[in-house]
Design a protein around this ligand. Sequence first.
Ligand code: AMP
Ligand code: MG
Length: 326
Amino acid sequence: MWKIEKQMAIAAARVAATLCEQVRAQQDEQTLQKADRSPVTIADFGCQAVICQALQTNFPDDPVVAEEDALIFKQPENKSRWEQITEYVKSQIASATPEDVAAWIDRGNGQVARRYWTLDPIDGTKGFIRGDQYAIALALIEEGEVKLGILACPALPFHPEQPNQDKGVLFVAVQGEGTEMISLHRNQSVSVRVNQEQTGEKLRLIESVESAHSDRAKYRELAAKLGITQTFLQMDSQAKYGAVARGQADLYLRIPRPENLSRRENIWDHAAGAIVVTEAGGKVTDLNGNNLDFSLGSKLTNNLGIVASNGAIHNQVLSIWAKSRN
Ligand code: AMP
Ligand code: MG
């Protein structure tokens, strides 16, 4: 199912990945600051424009709930950035005008509905700026459940054991049909599975590079109770879900920090990644063992934190967490 949606999403993610890599090659990753003081680059906006353009053309009735909006360009000091973004978008869509670009970006201001798309044009912007991992994350939701997820990871090596070669992969997952990993530059695709063989010390935890994004002390303590004491892989963005899906890591945990306990996760930060892991045979819930509920708005209002695992260790992780709360 979702064949046409999948084809379109793969094509759009490829275009967006090319645009991001062009921005990197030109060393144009300078940032603007959003109202919440988080960084955003011209690549974030360019990506959102090209993907929303494709969604508008192919599925004009589907709302898109995306991370960015074009409000920032209404400020006169950002006019030159707007023109710069338009140039990058034109390299992919020749007829694009600055007004088109703003309208495509603002198509991402849609509302959650029975069926909708959610997009993080660059997840892990801090990683993108640092020259590390980032992901373009696009997902289709129906009835609060993810049906299709695409993660484009232009800086991720196809083979984890060869970290400096053959970078650029797409993870593609469709509900009931498994997860594929497709090379962004070669004609190769493989189906991926989680690794359920590892136990004790061999289990690998993957975590954010940014320690401010999660309670590192707490999840490392939890991981230690599983026997994981030192194999902490670090990676920005939802590429972490790809790493779990392909058996490079076994566990990814997100626990709100004590000063931020009421923070709830954004839907676009988890939708694509979650289906990439579950369709590869893993499991994704919140810390209380509840399924992620994508029907409530732009935040996972009813979910606390994230547990993404190889499936085999999932219940053990949940029970360690539950005990730590008592
Ligand atoms: P990661 O690279 O996995 O740390 O994830 C990047 C995502 O972290 C971004 O898309 C942000 O939405 C999210 N983020 C930013 N600030 C915080 C925070 N204080 N706590 C949790 N997540 C955050
Ligand atoms: Mg994000």
